[in-house]
Design a protein around this ligand. Structure first.
Ligand code: TXA
Ligand code: MG
Length: 345
């Protein structure tokens, strides 16, 4: 039976130095530390030490071909892991760092194969969260950190989620409360011309295009083609244990009735007022066991989505009906996560 990881509370705006020192010491001896970022909680190890990095893959059950993001404290440290630094990387770093934008750049030799799955490129970002930055600074070297969840599962936006997903496979969790964005960074490849978005995320396409107007984002590329450019992207991902089914708002209540009649414990995640009213009535009839209304906008929805899916699993639901979200650019990251979570195994 897992007793769970050690969890230390830390101030999200001015992290206590002794706690950061303690976390840095755990990292120095190769232990894994989960820490908050402005997107989701990351599972950290010292990136330039292949043995330490190997433990991340072991703890997550992640295939060794899925590359990791390196977290740095600025452009100078980022350049130490890149063989060349494209002009566009500078422009994007200046505009978006610290913040939820990950740059894929040519990889330097110091970066172990374990980090990149043998790719010629490396992904790097400067997080905006004071705790993440303080930890990178205390270590004085890049930290590899994927989202701190078991492979293919929902990404954690609180310390409790990390403990639930990884148990004592993580040694220490720094708990700074819920993450600001609740959804991962946008990943953009600047080794190609034009630059290509590999994963939509917390930095919007509109904001990106203000700096690199020709940046390409194709849903089909991100979903399928990027499987080669960015291994791990095409697989089922971000999924709760409950089966996730996308349904038009008008059909949520009907689908819940049908599933409940067949004996399923049903959850519903919705965003519109009309569907919310229908779900409230289904809940009153005990057809829906757990429901969450997210939003109203895409950013608020994204912030709470993963937490809602953790709640659905905690309540032991078999199926979660998720109301389809608007087909608008502002919802790009949410659409992407829901599409992947709904994939069959
Ligand atoms: O917001 C985030 O980015 C969070 C926090 C913890 O920083 N991290 C995160 O890491 O989401 P992870 O490992 O769950 O996702 C890494 C993403 C994957 O889509 C992976 O394919 C892509 O980055 N990636 C990493 N290295 C790459 C590379 N060299 N080329 C292309 N894609 C890469
Ligand atoms: Mg992840």
């Amino acid at each position: 039976m897992s007793t769970g990881p050690r969890v230390l509370r830390i101030d999200p705006t001015s992290p206590e130095a002794p706690i950061i020192q303690e976390a840095a010491a755990v990292l120095s001896r190769g232990g894994l530390v989960a820490f908050p970022t402005e997107t989701v909680y990351g599972l950290g190890a010292r990136a330039l030490d292949a043995e330490h990095v190997a433990r991340i893959f072991e703890a997550k059950g992640r295939p060794s071909t899925h590359p990791l993001i390196l977290h740095v404290d600025g452009e100078a440290m980022a350049r130490t892991v890149a063989s060349t630094w494209p002009a566009r990387a500078s422009a994007l770093a200046r505009a978006f760092w610290p913040g939820p934008l990950t740059l894929v750049v040519p990889r330097a030799d110091v970066v172990p194969d374990a980090v990149t799955g043998g790719l010629a490129t490396v992904a790097v970002r400067m997080p905006a969260h004071p705790v993440a930055l303080a930890l990178v600074r205390a270590v004085g070297a890049p930290l590899a950190a994927p989202s701190a969840n078991a492979h293919t599962h929902v990404s954690p936006t609180t310390a409790a989620h990390v403990a639930r997903s990884l148990g004592d496979r993580v040694e220490l969790v720094l708990d700074a409360g819920p993450c600001e964005h609740g959804i991962e960074s946008t990943v953009i490849d600047v080794t190609c011309d034009p630059p290509r978005v590999l994963r939509p995320g917390a930095t919007s396409l509109e904001a990106l295009r203000a700096v690199v107007p020709d940046a390409v984002y194709e849903e089909s590329t991100a979903a399928e083609g990027a499987a080669r450019a960015s291994p791990g992207l095409a697989a089922k991902h971000y999924a709760p244990r409950a089966r996730l089914v996308l349904v038009d708002g008008a059909n949520v209540a009907g689908a819940a009735d049908e599933l409940a009649r067949a004996g399923a414990r049903v959850a519903a995640v919705v965003w519109s007022d009309a569907t919310d009213a229908a779900v409230a009535s289904a809940k009153a009839r005990a057809v829906v066991a757990v429901s969450r209304t997210l939003g109203p906008g895409a950013e608020a929805y994204a912030r709470d989505l993963f937490a809602a899916l953790f709640d659905v699993d905690e309540a032991g639901c078999d199926v979660v009906l998720v109301e389809r979200v608007p087909e608008e650019p502002a919802w790009w990251a949410v659409q992407d996560r829901l599409r992947r979570a709904a994939r069959p195994d």
